[in-house]
Design a protein around this ligand. Structure first.
Ligand SMILES: *Cc1c(COP(=O)(O)O)cnc(C)c1O
Length: 361
């Protein structure tokens, strides 16, 4: 497969997503790579078996690695990439992690703690001092920023610096910021994970994840976790994710432009008590006047926005987060998380306006 790694620092993300992970440029050769479905390979070559080797993964990994400036591994889901990352912690090791954040990460950490696999020191990630105080003797700092679904922003650079100073591994879930707004490996983080289910694939039709690292040692450990635990991706899903990834920057920029317009208008709407927005990206959270009931009413009254979980797709979605029993109690009952899609912003706004107004009756 053609690799553009020698030039990768000069290429911009808009070019990387289109040019990386393509077949060799040769006369008569295809422009698009295939979907590699073979589960086994003839003896004597580099590849052996479908749980460890697949060319469609490699194409997708070439693009992801270029975007995050590291070596990427595709996993069967964002959660399996996160589980692989937690598996880097030695038995009984300490993980410093925030109380608020992606719900299943929180649930998974609590399970690993209950099973004595590791210890968790829970922190408020936007309080740098308290995080630093928890770092001594820890094996890993794991966090996301902006934080789901409160959309608070952590001092990513400061956290990485303080953790590295103490020899603590840093792993960051970059699903919300995306490599267009934040490249943690360049700031010194050790591992970046993504749910590819979200904006990178962008069409709400695959569940996949990735872990990216610059360290050869960590790469080998993550690779062996994927192979041995069977957290590998299906080739069809990998191919669909790659197809979606080709248009990621234009989708992201459109959604972000619309999000900024909607944030300003939402702040003026009488049914909205509070708007949370980190200043970039396609995610907005609002608190609806009238509690959980009014928030649910708004979500059910929309015709363009779908009342559904997940995010980062071309279609706009919103949901009241506390409808999930495992959502941390720090999240207000009336908080509605919004994932802005790429529909026309005026259509998105008129639908929101009528749904929010109806929520108050
Ligand atoms: C969706 C999501 C995950 C989990 O990814 P899956 O692909 O659903 O397993 C992890 N972190 C964040 C921030 C997410 O939004």
């Amino acid at each position: 497969m053609a690799e553009l790694h020698s030039d990768e620092n000069q290429l911009r993300p808009e070019t990387q997503v289109v040019q990386e992970g393509r077949p060799e440029r040769e006369p008569g050769g295809p422009i698009i790579g295939g979907i590699a479905v073979s589960t086994t390979y003839r003896a004597g070559g580099e590849y052996i078996y479908g749980r460890s080797d697949n060319d469609t993964w490699k194409d997708l990994e070439a693009v992801l690695g270029a975007l995050e400036a590291g070596r990427a591994l595709v996993f069967s889901s964002g959660m399996s990439a996160i589980s692989a990352t937690f598996d880097l912690v030695p038995p009984g090791g300490v993980v410093v992690a925030p109380t608020a954040g992606y719900m299943n990460t929180f649930v998974q950490l609590r399970k690993l703690e209950a099973n004595n696999r590791l210890c968790v020191r829970w922190v408020e990630i936007d309080d740098l001092k308290s995080v630093v105080a928890a770092l001594d003797g820890a094996a890993m700092l794991f966090f996301e920023s902006p934080v789901n679904p409160l959309l608070t922003v952590a001092d990513v650079e400061g956290l990485i610096r303080e953790a590295k100073r103490r020899g603590v591994l840093v792993a960051i879930d970059n699903t919300f910021a995306t490599p267009l707004r934040q490249q943690p490996l360049k700031l010194g983080a050790d591992v970046v994970v993504h749910s590819l289910t979200k904006a990178l694939s962008g069409h709400s039709d695959v569940v996949l994840g990735t872990a990216v690292t610059k360290s050869d040692e960590l790469f080998e450990k993550l690779l062996s976790y994927r192979k041995d635990s069977g957290a590998n991706a299906g080739p069809f899903e990998a191919w669909l994710a790659l197809r979606g990834l080709r248009t990621f920057p234009i989708r992201f920029n459109q959604a972000e432009t619309s999000a900024k317009i909607l944030v300003e208008r939402l702040a003026q709407h009488p049914a909205v008590e509070r708007v949370r927005y980190p200043g970039f990206g396609f995610m907005i959270s609002i608190e609806v006047k009238g509690g959980a009931r009014a928030a649910d009413k708004a979500c059910n009254a929309s015709r363009i926005w779908s009342y559904a979980t997940s995010l980062g797709g071309v279609e706009s979605l919103w949901e009241r987060r506390r409808r999930h029993g495992d959502e941390p109690v720090e999240v207000p009952e009336n908080l509605v998380r919004m994932s802005v899609g790429i529909e026309h912003v005026e259509d998105l706004w008129s639908d929101l306006e009528q749904a929010l107004t109806r929520s108050q009756s």
